[in-house]
Design a protein around this ligand. Structure first.
Ligand code: SF4
Ligand code: SF4
Length: 335
């Protein structure tokens, strides 16, 4: 295993930024976000969790996917090619979030072309968490603070530097020229949060679908979408055409893809105005059932990786870990 000092890592990142687009956690007016950097300068180290996940680089919040020109002859231009990109400082939960999104966009036929381009162009270098932070619960949903799933490379902070594990062949290629020594240090064990609730099976959730609990919980929900937007595993989107220019006989549109959220009324509304989820509680309930029942049934992975962002971000204190605990209590109460 390669071991390198902070100075060596900084130098390597400086070199990487000259070859590819380098994205890393940066303090933007007091908020930690993944932003393009010119090298190691400006990278925030020792952070807990960014406000937005690195999903913003592989599945942007709003993105043109086509340009359509209508005139005497109409043309369709695909979106511009993507620059090779490395996202540095990815937490293991967020890398699992990328895998959760892959299950829909890449692992099903047909795959999503634009998303595939993003994933092909982007390598993920992880930074292991030394502990679970206040609202983290990755271990409840099958992850770990030092997990490697979804990462190309994982760096673990050790005394005097970092230990480097290449996880994929792309990761091998990425770290091939890295400075440092070859040795096998003992990696620190992350500090885990104890006494977390147990996530019950989809069947236990399904049996609780009609409980009054959901109405009481949903009564608080504002439908503000924040929980969806901060989530590394949410992947619903809407598509719309925006006029770029309009002249007699010639119009240009951009077809935009933008994040959508199941907690808003318009999400499920269908032709004729009927809405199968007419109440806020039914929409919020769907958010949790999607994550723990429908998505794993249909696509494999859970729709939650336990990052805790939605717990921190919800303006009315709706806490997904409390929801998991409530289902656990309801299941135990029924025994
Ligand atoms: S804790 Fe919330 S934001 Fe994080 S993965 Fe789960 S649902 Fe998404
Ligand atoms: S659960 Fe909280 S963050 Fe999510 S839509 Fe409702 S109020 Fe907003």
């Amino acid at each position: 295993m390669k071991v390198l000092t902070q100075a060596q890592l900084n130098g390597w990142l400086d070199g990487l930024a000259r070859e590819r687009m380098l994205v890393a956690p940066v303090d933007v007016d007091g908020k930690l976000l993944y932003r393009q950097v010119n090298g190691s300068d400006g990278i925030s180290w020792g952070f807990e969790r960014t406000v937005m996940s690195p999903k913003t680089w592989t599945f942007p919040a709003t993105e043109p996917i086509l340009t359509i020109e209508q005139g005497e002859e109409s043309t369709i231009q695909p979106a511009a090619a993507l620059a090779p990109t490395v996202v540095f400082g990815v937490r293991p939960c967020d890398a699992r979030g990328a895998l959760a999104i892959d299950a829909l966009f890449l692992d099903k036929d047909p795959s999503d072309g634009r998303y595939a381009q993003h994933r092909d162009a982007t390598r993920l270098i992880g930074l292991a968490c030394p502990q679970m932070w206040e609202t983290c619960f990755c271990t409840v949903v099958g992850g770990a603070p030092n997990g490697t799933q979804g990462l190309d490379v994982l760096l673990t902070e050790i005394d005097g530097g970092y230990a480097v594990q290449a996880i994929t062949t792309e990761g091998d290629a990425l770290v091939a020229g890295m400075p440092g020594d070859e040795r096998d240090p003992v990696l620190p064990e992350p500090k885990l949060t104890q006494d977390l609730p147990v996530l019950h099976s989809g069947g236990e959730w399904t049996a609780r679908f009609g409980e009054l609990y959901w109405e009481r919980l949903g009564d608080r929900c504002l439908g503000c979408r924040i929980c969806t937007f901060v989530c590394p595993a949410c992947r619903c989107f809407d598509v719309r055409d925006e006029v770029v220019s309009r002249q007699p006989g010639r119009q240009v549109f951009e077809r935009l893809r933008a994040w959508d959220a199941c907690t808003v009324p318009a999400y499920r509304r269908i032709a004729g105005g009927h809405n199968p989820r007419p109440t806020q509680f039914s929409r919020l309930r769907n958010r949790f059932y999607c994550k723990f029942v429908y998505y794993p049934e249909d696509f494999g992975p859970l729709g939650c990786v336990g990052c805790g962002r939605c717990i921190d971000a919800c303006p009315v204190g709706i806490d997904i870990l409390e929801v998991i605990a409530a289902v656990e209590q309801m299941a135990e109460g029924a025994e």
